[in-house]
Design a protein around this ligand. Sequence first.
Ligand code: ADE
Ligand code: ZN
Length: 328
Amino acid sequence: MSWRDVSKLELHLHLEGAAPPSFIRGLSREKSIDISRIFTEKGGYAFHGFTHFLQVYEAATSVLTTPRDYGRLTAAALEQAAENGVVYIETFLSPDFCGGGDLHAWRDYLAEIEDAAAEAEKSHGIIHRGIITCIRHFGPDAAKPIALCAAETAGDFIRGFGMGGDETVGRQGDYAWAFDCAREAGLHLTTHAGECGGPESIREALRDLQVERIGHGVAAHADHALIDILAEREITLEVCPGSNVALGLFPSFATHPLAKLREAGVKVTISTDDPPFFHTSMTREYEELARAYRWGEEDFAELNRNALAASFCDDGTRARVQKILEAT
Ligand code: ADE
Ligand code: ZN
């Protein structure tokens, strides 16, 4: 049995973060934008530590300048995910990078992304839904037009609102206006918390933003009272072990707190975050976790059930994904 062939759900993937370096390098040549500094000699992304990772991420994103680029990126990202057995995926979409938060421009980008998603569903069977994200280190004022883009384009495809970026900047509650706006538009909510920040960041996200899911959340591992809150309230964590190891939060998969959080009753799921940056894929995550924790098919099936229950899609789509899981 190969872990590649097992059907998987993925809830936490940044669309730009799924861009292969060769794709970004190709666009940089086409557009004569010199970003050669962000690549290693072997052609991978070069960064050291979290802050520098975000800078390299934004430099790579700077060559994605048109809706068509995003259509091509979506097609490439979904093909990669489908090749790794992903049958349902939610990706983070950032109007900051797609038209600078302007609603008209965002609609053009979104149209290309949705077209590519429909095509990928036809050719690879993968179902894709979007979560609009503001970017924390761009500040609370910049988050407002992003939330308005989310509210205006909420529907069958755009299902949620969230926040990525540098968690050490400001407080979760500084972004409450944006999250309130998205909630009022009927969107589901998640935010990056407890990745580079501590457990307090997770408590603030629950209290001040009233999110249903937490991106990462691994900083909860040493805070037993918080673990109990997460378990009792069935707050699902979008855990990205390979990302955490690559960014130096934990030295290895074996020392990552995923298994401990699960044993404590927290609903955990597995995602890749930004796979080519972290030299990972959903297949590699499964392989590493199977090795580190001796997990088998039933363990991953439970995590997929968690992901399905916490997914932001409508009930009809959830039932469709359930059927796909049952058939494979
Ligand atoms: N944007 C892309 N990847 C991210 C991560 N791991 N944390 C915060 N923001 C991000
Ligand atoms: Zn992330």
